[in-house]
Design a protein around this ligand. Structure first.
Ligand SMILES: [Zn+2]
Length: 229
């Protein structure tokens, strides 16, 4: 550690988003204590699991995995809030990195050609300054060396998915994602869709459908950072 980083730590103290404790210089994203208690979601079978079964009636998705169990009432929820609403984009990169390390052990990235972030509307992207799904994908790219390719766009400004429940959420997500005019080099590839939180699965299913509408030969896998069972 040098004087500059000591000074930065003094002037801009970082707090653990989970417990609120002051972070030490060597602590990244959260404190060591909270990192140990991170609510992991283990997916032992990447080709048949509840995440996949929740989207299979709608779209053919081949693999899925996730890193965290999402619970709206848990203080770990603040990890997502911070990178989504408080500008902590670096945290999304770190979490994406850790999630990918875990997924690599399951051979999740075998034969994968690219990482495709779930898009935001242009307005939301501008307002936030970044797309958190793209930041997660960048963290995954650090581990896998895979390219992050934006093949989707979000076409309409609708209500925030997180403000809706059940049927309303499913309806809201329908038809709002479209694939771009996919260049030949990205056709017939195995793509991993990356998002922050999967709840009903409607967002990821609609993104997969949008890609397959344009390229039937695309093989789609899904990788949300967290999964709310
Ligand atoms: Zn903590």
């Amino acid at each position: 550690m040098n004087i500059l980083s000591d000074l930065k730590e003094l002037l801009l103290p970082r707090l653990c988003p989970v417990c609120g404790k002051l972070l030490m210089q060597n602590e990244d994203v959260m404190c060591a204590y909270c990192a140990i208690g991170l609510p992991r979601h283990h997916i032992p079978n990447i080709i048949d699991n509840p995440m996949l079964r929740s989207v299979w009636d709608k779209v053919n998705v081949q693999r899925s995995t996730t890193f965290l169990a999402y619970n709206h009432n848990s203080p770990y929820h603040n990890l997502v809030i911070d990178f989504k609403f408080h500008g902590m984009s670096d945290n999304a990169v770190r979490l994406g990195h850790w999630a990918a390390l875990e997924a690599e052990r399951l051979d999740f990235f075998e034969g994968v050609d690219a990482l495709v972030p779930v898009p935001l509307t242009r307005w939301r992207r501008w307002e936030r300054g970044y797309n958190q799904a793209e930041m997660l994908a960048r963290g995954m790219a650090e581990v896998t060396g895979l390219p992050v390719v934006n093949l989707l766009k979000r076409t309409k400004n609708r209500k925030l998915q997180s403000t809706l429940k059940g049927e309303a959420r499913i309806k809201n997500a329908e038809g709002i994602y479209k694939a771009i005019d996919i260049p030949d080099e990205w056709r017939g590839k195995r793509l991993v869709l990356v998002d922050d939180v999967m709840t009903t699965g409607s967002t990821l299913a609609n993104c997969a459908l949008a890609l397959q509408n344009v390229d039937k030969s695309a093989e789609i896998c899904i990788f949300p950072l967290a999964y709310a069972k």
